[in-house]
Design a protein around this ligand. Structure first.
Ligand code: NFS
Length: 656
């Protein structure tokens, strides 16, 4: 292991595979990040390419105050100011991120509708309870009607929600009343996400909206239409069709690949295909076919968010997070990487040419030149999945000599949906968040943190996630996690109940040990950040901690973010009242005024705000400071002092 590689990742499996990549002369994202530095102008949002008079670059000189005269000169050819250009770039990131989540949601609704119409026989309603709850939320008549009839109504309401032209999105009603009033007062209560994104793209076209506060209002609307709309629809319908997650034990990291079996990784985001692959991969006929090709079985593993989906629902192991996608191929043991949409690096195809791995694309929206396309047909989902697995099996005999699977994996308990947390805390017959609220009020739990988001090759892989989470746990902050951040936590052994004793402050450790939960709760994929919104709302509704999400001793973070989806998530957290800190880089350095609006001004309007802190320990401390501020405002800071005093006393006693 060279010193250089330690900086690339804190994950042992990753470090080993990077060594293998170097020795076999295979270039990865880590190498490319080293040889190509980010453009400093683009990184700060200082480049406007919204018309052909540009691109205009108006960089801000760092480490130096700008005079008003200098600022006035720093404009694009059309006269657009630094504020306008930076804000336009920022809200366009929100639009792209919201579009990705919501188009995923729409696909799920389409499959759900086909199922309800009886046209997609391989799908079914797995969670009837959730279907009925959804019917109540959406005002769908239940009566004596069949599940199919109810599902059909739900599908057509959800389908229309994406394009809602006026009024308020229906799932917004699930937010605390006070939050909804804030959105109404500000004019931020969104219509359908399609409408909000189109309007956002219109407003950022040359010569339209030229006021950064007004642009951010539209940014908030698009982001809220994602979080409380597109993403929430995705989560709710997926739960109906594939089951609401419940705690499940599995394993994570490249060590889950098996040398003697056909290894298939499903990578991407939408769970329909992954569900079918999980369902067919152990069919006797398939296993027999694998045997005929010399393999001892078929080993399905996940990568990125689709991995979270099938981990949460079926305990299918995870091979790794975002920055490990090329490394899975570099093991030499991967027979097929099956991908759908989002977070799939084009680099995997080039890496695959150095090995025998077959890259199989399955979605007509996401093709990769040089890969094999096998259409996933929702009408005949099981047949499509069988064909894909068979293609992987056919590739098994093509394995070359250079196979090396790192012997690194960790146990993980996942599956903490809002419903599960409710049952675990309150019991099946009196499901409630009461014990959580009581423990926050009495100070054993200092507060809640959502640590979510990606990996980024510009910072040490997993490093910031783990440093931040450990700092939070030490200070009695319960962590909820999704996406690649959740995978980082799982790989570091933080998603098993035993972790509580080792990593948590005494108050949090006691609560986790009593309830039997890990101190970092895996809530799912990135669209499942909607579960965090619902959990936060449940805490508000249970009482004693204010009457809005912005009153809670809670904070959000994405310490290694890279995708535009993360910006949309950050914005809907902020617009829902959450203090949200990002690491690595922040794309608004070009305008101090606009950045100040995000970091301070928004709080006056929404009660939540953005922040940026690349040092994960400092970022965690900022989150803790915010949590303590909220505790003081709620008048529960004294309880916490008493608990701390008690623990200090106990430690003193231990020394005697
Ligand atoms: Ni989220 Fe999922 Fe990972 Fe980032 Fe990509 S997989 S939706 S965007 S990289 S957390």
């Amino acid at each position: 292991m060279t010193e250089n590689e330690v900086k690339k990742s804190i994950d042992q499996a990753t470090i080993e595979m990077l060594e293998k990549a170097t020795s076999e002369n295979v270039s990865t994202v880590f190498d490319r990040a080293e040889s190509m530095k980010p453009c400093p102008i683009g990184a700060d949002g200082a480049c406007c390419k919204n018309c052909a008079m540009g691109p205009c670059r108006i960089p801000l000189a760092k480490n130096k105050e700008e005079t008003p005269e200098e600022h006035a000169k720093r404009v694009g050819v059309c006269g657009a100011t630094a504020e306008t250009i930076t804000a336009r770039n920022f809200v366009r990131m929100i639009a792209a991120g919201a579009a990705a989540h919501s188009d995923h949601g729409r696909r799920v609704v389409e499959a759900f509708k086909l199922m309800a119409e009886g046209k997609a026989e391989d799908f079914e309603i797995k969670d009837e309870q959730k279907l009925l709850k959804l019917a109540l939320d959406l005002g769908v008549e239940i009566g004596e009607r069949s599940n199919q009839e109810i599902a059909l109504d739900i599908a057509s309401i959800c389908e229309k929600e994406f394009g809602r032209q006026e009024g308020e999105i229906l799932f917004g009603r699930l937010a605390p009343i006070k939050r909804q009033e804030i959105w109404r007062k500000l004019g931020a209560y969104p219509r359908g996400v399609d409408r909000e994104i189109v309007e956002l793209m219109h407003r950022t076209h040359m010569g339209v909206d030229q006021d950064y506060k007004n642009l951010m209002l539209q940014g908030s609307r698009a982001a809220l239409a994602d979080g409380w709309g597109g993403s929430m629809i995705a989560t709710e319908i997926q739960d109906c069709m594939f089951g609401t997650p419940a705690p499940v034990l599995s394993e994570i990291n490249l060590g889950v690949l098996e040398e003697d079996q056909v290894n298939v990784i499903i990578h991407g985001h939408e769970p329909a295909l992954a569900e079918m692959l999980a369902s067919v991969s152990q069919e006797p006929e398939i296993l027999e076919y694998a045997k005929s090709k010399g393999a001892n079985g078929v080993n399905l593993a996940g990568m990125c968010c689709t991995a979270n989906e099938i981990l949460m629902r079926h305990g299918v192991p995870i091979a790794g997070n975002y920055l490990q996608q090329e490394l899975a191929i570099i093991t030499g043991a991967l027979d097929a990487m099956v991908v759908d949409v989002q977070c799939i690096m084009q680099g995997i195809q080039e890496v695959a040419t150095c090995f025998h791995t077959k890259i199989i694309t399955t979605d007509e929206r996401a093709m990769i030149t040089g890969s094999t396309y096998m259409h996933f047909d929702e009408y005949h989902a099981r047949e499509s999945a069988r064909a894909i697995i068979k293609a992987a099996i056919d590739n098994f005999p093509n394995r070359r000599e250079n196979v090396k699977i790192p012997e690194v994996k960790s146990p993980v308990i996942a599956g903490f949906s809002h419903e599960t947390i409710n049952y675990l805390l309150g019991g099946l017959f009196r499901a409630s968040y009461r014990p959580l609220n009581d423990n926050i009020i009495n100070g054993r739990i200092r507060g809640l943190a959502g640590v979510v988001g990606c990996n980024n090759a510009r910072t040490t892989h997993d490093g910031a996630h783990i440093a931040m989470i450990k700092e939070l746990l030490k200070n009695d902050v319960l962590v909820l996690s999704t996406g690649c951040g959740a995978m980082a936590a799982a790989k570091a052994g933080l998603m098993v109940p035993e972790a509580a004793k080792e990593f948590c402050g005494p108050g949090l450790a006691e609560v986790c040990e009593t309830v039997g939960i890990p101190p970092v709760l895996h809530l799912g994929s990135c669209v499942d950040n909607s579960r965090i919104l619902i959990a936060a709302t449940a805490v508000v509704k249970d009482g004693g901690l204010g009457d809005d999400i912005s009153d809670l001793p809670a904070a959000g973070a994405a310490p290694e973010w890279m995708s535009e989806k993360a910006i949309s998530i950050g914005q809907y957290f902020v617009s829902s009242g959450v203090y949200t800190v990002f690491g690595t880089t922040f794309p608004t350095g070009n305008s101090r005024e606009f950045t100040d609006y995000l970091f301070n001004g928004m709080e006056e309007l929404y009660g939540g705000k953005w922040d940026f802190e690349p040092d994960p320990i400092k970022a965690a401390q900022k989150m803790i400071a915010h949590i303590d501020k909220k505790r003081a405002e709620l008048g529960i800071d004294k309880a916490r002092e008493r608990v701390l005093y008690d623990m200090e006393m106990r430690r003193e006693l231990d020394k005697v």
